[in-house]
Each structure stands twice: as C-alpha cells, then as structure tokens.
Design a protein around this ligand. Structure first.
Ligand code: NZQ
Ligand code: ZN
Length: 390
C-alpha cells in the first residue's frame, strides 16, 4: 500500500428537500452575491431552480444567473461567467446540475481569482492557488464532481477536452443531495451516470500497487452495489431508496476514497475525453464503449487484476487461466451495460467510421507518449484499444 493523503472536505447534506438549505449554506461560506449556474433547462422546468432562488432570497443572498450550460461544457460559458461575476462582484458560486454545470462553476471560481486567462490552468501553464467558494445542488449522480477537485472543460477553438485536477482549491464547500431530484432523469442519463461511476472506481481499482486489500474491497462492494441498485432503478425508476443509493455511490466513487493507497490508471477516461471532445457523445456512453475494450486488451496483456475483478464483482468461477476468467468478466460487464441501455460499439454511438488516427494523435498530444499506469500504453496500444471499440 502506498502512502497517501485523503482530503474530502465537502459537506454532503443528503435527503429530501435539502435544496431548501442553499441560502443558509452559501451564507455559512461567507457569500452574499452568488453566481447561480444551471444547465439547459431541466432544473428550471422541474421548479428546482425557483426553489433554490427563493432559498437564496430568504437568506438575503443576491444572485445573478448563468443558464444554458451544455453537456461536455466549453470555454465560452466559463468566459461569460467570469465576465458576469466580475460585473456583479460575485463572492461565491452555486451550481445546480450535474458534472457539466459544476465543472463550469469551478472553472469560473478559479478564473475570478486570476488575472490571466483561465485556460492557463487547464493547459498546465498556471496552478490554481485560490478560488471562490463553490456550492452544489446535485441533480444527476454520475461525474462525482460534487466531491472531486476536478473540472473538465473543452476549448471550443481546438476541440481539446482537458481535465484540471486540484487537490484542494476546487473541492465544493457543500453538496446538497436530494435523491428525489433525480426522479426526472431520462433512462439514458441514469444509465450514463451508472457507467461513469463504475468507471471511476475501476480507474482506481486496476492498479499494480500491492496490498491494497481495504481499498479493493471498498471498490468491489461499491461496484456490486451500483450494479444491484442500477438494476433496481431500471426496473422501477421511481424507487427512492435505489435512487438514493446510486446518488451516494456516485459521490463515493470519485471523492478519492476508492483510490487510497493506490497508483491510479485513468487511461480509459483520457481516451473517452478524446471521443466526447470531437463527437456529441455523453461521457458515460463513451466510457461504455471504451472501458470494456480497454479491459479486453488487458485480459490479453496483464490479466491478473481483471481476473480478480471478474471473480469478486461478476461472480466468475476460477477458470483455466486468468485470461479466460478476465474475458468472462468483460463479457458480463458488457451484458450489464447492454441491459441498462448503453452502447457497446462506436457505431452504436452514431460514429460510423471513427477517425482513430485523430483520436490517437489527440490523446498523445494532450497526455504524452504513455497513457495509464496499470499498463503504460503506447500509441500502438491505444490504437489497438480504439480498434477493439469499433
Ligand atoms: O442541462 P439540463 O437541461 O439540466 O439536462 C442535463 C443534461 O442534458 C440532464 N439532467 C441533469 N440532471 C437532470 C437532467 N435531466 C432531467 N432531470 C435531472 N434531474 O442530464 C444531462 C447531462 O448532464 P451533465 O451535467 O452533462 O452530466 P454529468 O454529470 O454526467 O457530467 C458530465 C460532464 O462531467 C465531466 C464529463 O467529462 C462531462 O463533461 N466529468 C467531470 C468529472 C469531474 N469534474 O470530476 C469527472 C468525470 O470523469 C467526467 O469527466
Ligand atoms: Zn467519468
């Protein structure tokens, strides 16, 4: 087991009606002029945004709205938010939505405390030393941004989708998590979220670090719970307890707990970011195509941990070889993804002939010669994995 620091300072307030506490929470963060950020309309239509606005007004918090953040958010909305925030003298941000809205809020929070171009942080030209406080009202369990220090933004002019990873500065101060808010999610978005949270655990689980028994077991238990509750929600979308379990699982999958003491991988995520940078694809759906391809490649090249995952998460019986066990695990994983309605191939995503050369070029330009740690993948390897996803 490696040495580690586990820092998850977000206050998670969980249960029915907790969005009513938005005003009180912003005041506790010392904020009186809030930039209220939301997506393409679901929060407005459901009445959630109205309730949040009332809660802010009741607490004496003024707010300026930035609406219309789209999935796979781009830099233009971050720039608009920084302009609005400067004009209004914003002292805090409240994101009402999922990963795309929260990530935009985080980028604005960093940009408002910086004189240069906020993209410097994403391009690695500057480090976030300070940021305004960010609060969250979560509406979709998926990206885990409510508990992570990361923000993922696409620079529209170059179609570069890059993740900014900060250990401290961008962790939300609080996250209000009402599972009832997720009852309006379309089946497709629920399934994308399930896929993403499984992927967040797997990026950490597939490690060569020895003696990570506790972290392995935490991840395995969570993965099993997500599969179980995912099936329950697919059968009964209005099952509050299943929705609640999925919501909490999404946070634990990505707040760092599942990576304690391990060297993490992240190759599948970086490969997926190339796909959703170029094509209009939900992050979770891209992962449903790429992660099984990555696992299939690993079964042939470094099967040990994949075989353990197959046994402990997918109940595969010990077989004639680690590779055979691993492949059976991948088969069951793909069957689960298909069961919840996820695509398994690029063509199902409507990407007829993915430009693999462009994906590989972008990946290695953004992430360097080698990608991932479980196996350090070369250009040749990542090209093979993209081809397995065809
Ligand atoms: O925009 P609206 O109208 O709100 O609709 C959204 C959006 O179309 C809809 N939605 C959300 N909550 C809803 C709802 N519809 C009905 N009822 C509700 N309660 O769902 C759609 C997807 O929303 P989005 O925020 O894009 O989803 P998600 O949370 O999956 O975020 C994806 C983004 O997060 C990044 C991804 O790359 C992607 O850009 N990630 C961020 C991470 C982080 N910051 O730590 C880690 C992840 O690995 C990921 O890369
Ligand atoms: Zn993800």
């Amino acid at each position: 087991m490696n040495d580690f620091t586990f820092h998850s300072p977000t206050e998670f307030i969980f249960g029915r009606g907790v969005e009513q506490r938005a005003g009180e929470c912003m005041v506790r963060c010392g904020c009186r002029k809030v930039l209220l950020i939301s997506g393409g309309g679901s929060a407005r239509r459901s009445g959630l945004l109205g309730r949040v606005e009332r809660s802010l007004a009741d607490a004496g918090v003024a707010c300026v709205a930035l609406e219309g953040i789209r999935p796979n958010p781009t830099d233009d909305k971050v720039r608009e938010g920084i302009r609005l925030g400067r004009l209004a003298g914003t002292d805090g941000l409240l994101a009402v939505g999922g990963g795309s809205v929260i990530d935009t809020a985080k980028a604005i929070a960093a940009g408002l405390r910086y004189d240069g171009d906020f993209w410097d942080f994403f391009a690695g030209r500057a480090t976030v030393a300070d940021a305004l406080p960010v609060g969250v009202v979560l509406t979709i369990p998926a990206a885990g941004s409510e508990g992570s220090g990361n923000s993922v933004i696409t620079l529209a002019s170059t179609r570069q989708k890059l993740s900014l990873r900060t250990p401290y500065a961008l962790r939300p101060r609080f996250a209000l998590m009402n599972p009832e808010l997720t009852l309006t999610l379309p089946t497709w978005q629920t399934a994308c979220g399930i896929t993403d949270m499984l992927a967040h655990i797997m990026e950490r689980y597939f490690t060569n670090t020895p003696a990570t028994t506790v972290t392995d077991r935490v991840g395995e238990g969570l993965m099993r719970a997500i599969v179980e509750e995912g099936r329950r929600v697919a059968a009964r979308p209005d099952d509050y307890d299943a929705r609640a379990n999925l919501m909490w699982a999404g946070t634990l999958a990505h707040n760092g707990l599942c990576g304690t003491g391990c060297e993490e991988d992240w190759a599948s995520h970086f490969m997926e970011h190339e796909v959703s940078a170029l094509y209009d694809v939900s992050h979770g759906a891209g992962l449903a195509v790429i992660f099984p391809a990555w696992l299939q490649w690993m079964a042939a090249h470094h099967a040990a941990k994949v075989a353990q995952w197959a046994e402990r998460v997918w109940d595969v019986a010990p077989g004639p070889s680690a590779e055979a066990e691993a492949l059976e695990g991948v088969r069951r994983f793909r069957a689960f993804l298909a069961e919840i309605g996820m695509p398994l191939t690029f063509s199902q995503l409507g990407i007829a002939a993915p430009d693999i050369a462009a994906l590989v070029d972008g990946l290695h330009r953004n992430k360097g010669e080698h990608v991932g740690n479980y196996v350090r993948l070369t250009r040749c390897d990542t090209e093979e994995i993209f081809r397995l996803a065809l």
